[in-house]
Design a protein around this ligand. Structure first.
Ligand SMILES: [Zn+2]
Length: 534
């Protein structure tokens, strides 16, 4: 596989003629959008593409001919898809059409980036991509068995592939035994600003009252689940749900974040005295908004079904308590609403000036391994366990409420990749207690999801998902391992939808279906641990 960096552009006069007419045709119809796209694409694809080619692509004239003739090498497909997606997008909700003053955040920060997937079954290749991506400070969106998704700009992609080819070549010349490894590059998201734009509520609503007046709690909740919501709106909804179900629901204060926000849990009390508690957390990673909406949706569904006299929910609340923490990372969540939709960590200061945030899910005190990432990196673990304020106050809360909450089950919601993960994350060499039952429960959860919406989720050991044996710092200090080892008998992490087409940027139409999947998981989980299955 050879990567060519110098490409020649050969135009025939016939093509040029058709392009000139194409250009005048567009300038009449869609000048603003096209010129904006051309500007951003010229930066992205600069050395490969001429303005005329982009116009030609837009008019669909000899598209494949023109592109194929002039662009050779590994990036051909990526560029082609990128152009196609940007130029032929027929979105209703178009960020170009909106005045930039009305943008929810500055969308220009994403205009040179796109998301690619590199697929390979080869462990060496995967290790290589990971290492090279880190060295180039590329944002790793997702990685699991067989693939890694990266947010890159054109220069980063170019450099990454160049470095990989050199490393592969070195390896092949050193050893005659190792065959040249294969990998594929595929474009997942081309028009990142547009995709980011589509995830924000269409009207800016900062509090629940701003949604309007509703005659019933049900109507209020219907409106609440129509869009992704700000922290304040979610906490307002906590108050409403407590007012609606005063005997069942109380709001627990866990502590205060670095930026002074409250970290709150909804405690749903059963009718028993044993205080066996099932804990559900969401929003540990700021940009994974679907985990937040789904945790809230599950609360709503549990209480609604109980109030309507459903048999299953009556049994759950006969035997169990629930503790829901939909937004475990309030500062990060707010930052993703107001500044950077793709923010992952919390927002506390680190030892490096201007590098903010610790990855909460690397910060727990069970097999904590300091990350290779420095404070500016997206996976920075902090220097020692519980340095992230959220993991620390969560641990303190569990200690001080030991009598009240005897934690039995734990489900940690993340996105994306549609995967149910069971312990351990830190190593595949250590078997979890009761592994057979964990696997059975994991597959049961995946089956319950499939029955609810038809979507397929994989079931994996968390260490395989993270490649912890190859990259040890990736599996250390997770909430999953810490909860499983120290607190909960059963523990899972579920990475919700999708499988990569939207990644973290699911539009609002996913709120109900993914919420339904999460609630189906919780139902199955409760039925299993209470022995109601079968
Ligand atoms: Zn996550």
């Amino acid at each position: 596989m050879l990567y060519k960096t110098t490409l020649s552009l050969a135009h025939t006069s016939v093509i040029l003629l058709s392009l000139i007419s194409a250009i005048s045709c567009f300038e009449l119809h869609l000048p603003q959008k096209v010129s904006h796209i051309v500007d951003s694409l010229q930066y992205t694809c600069g050395q490969f593409l001429q303005k005329q080619q982009i116009f030609a692509l837009y008019t669909k004239q000899n598209v494949s001919e023109i592109v194929n003739q002039n662009i050779k090498g590994i990036e051909e497909n990526v560029l082609f898809q990128l152009l196609e997606e940007r130029l032929l997008s027929e979105s209703q909700h178009d960020y170009y059409a909106a005045n930039s003053q009305n943008w929810p955040i500055n969308l220009d920060q994403y205009s040179e980036s796109f998301v690619i997937r590199i697929t390979s079954e080869d462990e060496f290749i995967k290790y290589l991509i990971y290492k090279e991506a880190k060295a180039l400070q590329i944002s790793i969106w997702e990685q699991s068995v067989g693939f890694i998704d990266l947010k890159v700009d054109h220069d980063q992609l170019h450099q990454l592939l160049y470095n990989m080819e050199s490393r592969i070549l070195e390896r092949t010349t050193r050893s005659v035994d190792s065959p040249v490894s294969e990998y594929e590059v595929q474009l997942m998201i081309g028009d990142l600003p547009q995709r980011v734009y589509e995830t924000y509520p269409s009207t800016k609503v900062t509090s629940l009252q701003a949604l309007g007046e509703f005659s019933t709690f049900q109507n209020l909740s219907n409106a609440f689940f129509e869009d992704f919501r700000t922290l304040e709106t979610i906490y307002d909804w906590f108050e409403e749900i407590q007012a609606e179900f005063p005997k069942l629901v109380s709001i627990n204060w866990i502590g205060q974040t670095y930026e002074g926000r409250d970290l709150k849990a909804l405690h749903i009390r059963g009718k028993h005295s044993n205080n066996k508690t099932v804990v559900v957390t969401g929003g540990m990673h700021a940009r994974e908004w679907i985990s937040v909406s789904s945790a809230c949706y599950a609360v709503h569904k549990l209480l609604q079904n109980y109030a309507e006299g459903h048999h299953k929910e009556a049994k759950y609340l006969d035997k169990l308590d629930f503790l829901f923490v939909p937004v475990l990372n309030p500062d990060g969540y707010e930052y993703s609403f107001n500044e950077d939709r793709l923010w992952r960590k919390n927002r506390q200061e680190t030892y490096m000036p201007r590098c903010f945030g610790i990855d909460i899910d690397h910060s727990f005190d069970y097999h904590f391994v300091k990350s290779e990432d420095l404070p500016c990196g997206e996976e920075y673990s902090g220097e020692s366990p519980f340095e992230s304020i959220e993991s620390e106050i969560w641990n303190n809360f569990l200690n001080r409420t030991k009598e009240e909450h005897k934690i039995y089950g734990y489900i940690d919601l993340h996105s994306y990749s549609q995967t149910v993960l069971y312990p351990y994350a830190y190593s595949c060499e250590i078997l979890p207690r009761d592994e057979e039952n964990l696997i059975e429960l994991g597959f049961g959860i995946a089956r319950a999801i499939r029955k609810s919406t038809g979507k397929k989720y994989r079931v994996l050991k968390a260490c395989e998902d993270r490649d912890a044996d190859l990259l040890p710092d990736l599996g250390g200090g997770t909430a999953l391992d810490y909860m499983y080892h120290n607190r909960a008998y059963w523990a899972f992490q579920i990475k919700l939808r999708d499988s990569g087409n939207h990644g973290f940027l699911l539009p609002k139409k996913f709120i109900y279906p993914v919420g339904t999947e999460v609630y189906a998981s919780i139902q199955y989980f409760c039925s299993f641990v209470l022995n109601l299955e079968g």
